[in-house]
Design a protein around this ligand. Structure first.
Ligand SMILES: Cc1cc2nc3c(=O)[nH]c(=O)nc-3n(C[C@H](O)[C@H](O)[C@H](O)COP(=O)(O)OP(=O)(O)OC[C@H]3O[C@@H](n4cnc5c(N)ncnc54)[C@H](O)[C@@H]3O)c2cc1C
Length: 407
């Protein structure tokens, strides 16, 4: 580390992992600058889950009450057919994480709470991004799009699943596994008959539809369809909406409402291709990855939890370089990876056959899936299903105590 009083860290990405890490590093004694590519805080995003150890991190940061006050109010999950008939349902239960987790919150709300927690302590710069990185034995030189050239002790990358900095510095260690599903997200009006269940509708042609409540008086919806990668994600919004109308135009249930709602709120409409990022080692020299940039999950419901836990552990381990003599950043990075690798690998893995099994081709496939769901989610088997298929909390590490990291 440098000889200045407080080692300087540049942290790229100001969503979930970024501010969580910034909070911990500041408390541990680092001077932290957060660089966020978007020009302002990003409100976008749908319902995200915080499960298991993620809740413990929220407790430690002192944000648990604020988070619990902003939940989406989802009462459980209902799997329905195209006629709207309930095939199987799972009620949310306090203290248990089923398909609906105990903590369901809008991504923008959680991100805002985390950013508020570092307000005034950490410099957050919006609208800039790293363009080149050069590191040597004593520091990292970083150039940004705005032309700034600065030297830091460490560079920590929390840029999300398609991180550019990771692509530059970790290309030979990264595998992106395409999961074959196109997802279109948006917000639609709530109507009088709507309630607070998360509805998941499966129909033939490898198509699914999700509609769930938010705390703002609207509903969050997604249209999902499985195809080879035909570049849907890169199309302009108008063309994407046209593709969706062609693909889902014949589907009943609430789908026409969703299509109209997406078109009415283009600013809240976005798409992604389901994929998993697997990086064989999360650090190189003075640079480390965290959150989706390091292990971007597919649809496991664990992405936010892993980001919170990863950021907390990375901050705690780097804190040791300041509080214990002789601990280097290299050892801190290695311990961070040792503590979390097995947990992340298992949480990131999807149950066998998914997402294909969840997106049947034919009407017969849909009936078989629904029969399977009825069995798996029957009260006698539900706990087993939650443990082995729905949630993925195997290999949870014992979270070390980091004395300075308490809110
Ligand atoms: C706009 C948005 C909407 C989302 N919606 C959902 C959702 O509906 N459901 C869900 O489960 N998950 C959603 N996610 C993903 C979810 O936030 C993550 O899976 C998880 O919380 C991990 O967070 P993260 O901080 O590692 O990465 P992310 O949340 O992906 O955040 C990465 C951040 O880094 C910024 N960034 C990217 N590149 C650079 C760069 N080069 N320099 C500086 N900053 C950079 C991005 O603008 C973003 O703010 C969304 C993420 C974003 C950014």
């Amino acid at each position: 580390m440098s000889t200045s009083a407080r080692p300087r860290v540049l942290l790229t990405g100001g969503s979930i992992a970024g501010p969580t890490l910034a909070w911990g590093l500041h408390r541990a004694g680092f001077a932290v600058t957060v660089l966020e590519r978007s020009p302002a805080r990003r409100d976008a995003g749908q319902n995200i889950d915080v499960r298991g150890l993620g809740r413990e991190v929220l407790r430690r940061t002192g944000l648990q009450d604020a988070v619990m006050a902003r939940l989406t109010g989802e009462v459980g999950t209902r799997f329905v057919d195209e006629a709207g008939r309930v095939v199987a349902e799972v009620t949310a239960t306090a203290g248990r994480d089923g398909t609906t987790a105990e903590v369901e919150i809008l991504r923008g709300d959680l991100s805002a709470l985390l950013l508020d927690a570092v307000d005034g302590d950490v410099e957050v710069r919006y609208g800039d991004a790293v363009t080149s990185v050069d590191q040597d034995a004593t520091g990292v030189d970083v150039t940004t799009a705005s032309g700034a050239r600065e030297r830091y002790d460490l560079l920590l990358v929390a840029e999300g699943r398609s991180s550019r900095t990771r692509r530059h510095l970790f290309a030979d260690r990264t595998r992106v596994v395409d999961k074959g599903v196109n997802i279109a997200y948006g917000t639609i009006d709530r109507e009088e008959q709507d309630d607070d269940w998360w509805y998941w509708m499966t129909t033939s042609g490898r198509r699914t539809v999700s509609v769930r409540p938010d705390p703002l008086g609207t509903l969050r919806a997604s249209l999902n369809f499985m195809t080879p990668d035909v570049g849907f994600d890169g199309l302009p919004v108008a063309a994407q909406l046209q593709v969706l109308r062609a693909r889902f135009g014949d589907v009943g249930w609430r789908v026409q409402r969703v299509l109209e709602g997406f078109a009415q709120r283009p600013e809240e409409f976005y798409t992604e291709r389901m994929a998993q990022v697997v990086v064989s080692r999360w650090s190189t020299g003075r640079v480390a990855l965290v959150g989706d940039a390091a292990w971007g999950s597919g649809p496991t419901g664990m992405g936010t939890t892993l980001s919170l836990v990863g950021a907390h552990v990375l901050a705690g381990e780097l804190g040791r370089t300041l509080s214990e003599s002789g601990v280097t950043h290299g050892e801190a990075f290695a311990r961070y990876e040792r503590l979390l690798r097995r947990y992340v690998d298992s949480a990131q893995g999807l149950p066998p056959g998914t997402p294909g099994l969840m997106h049947p081709r034919s009407d017969r496939g849909v009936r078989v899936l629904h029969r399977g769901m009825r069995i798996a989610l029957a009260p006698a088997l539900r706990r087993f299903a939650e443990k082995t298929v729905i949630t993925s909390q195997r290999h949870e590490p014992a979270l070390p105590e980091y004395p300075g990291l308490r809110g």
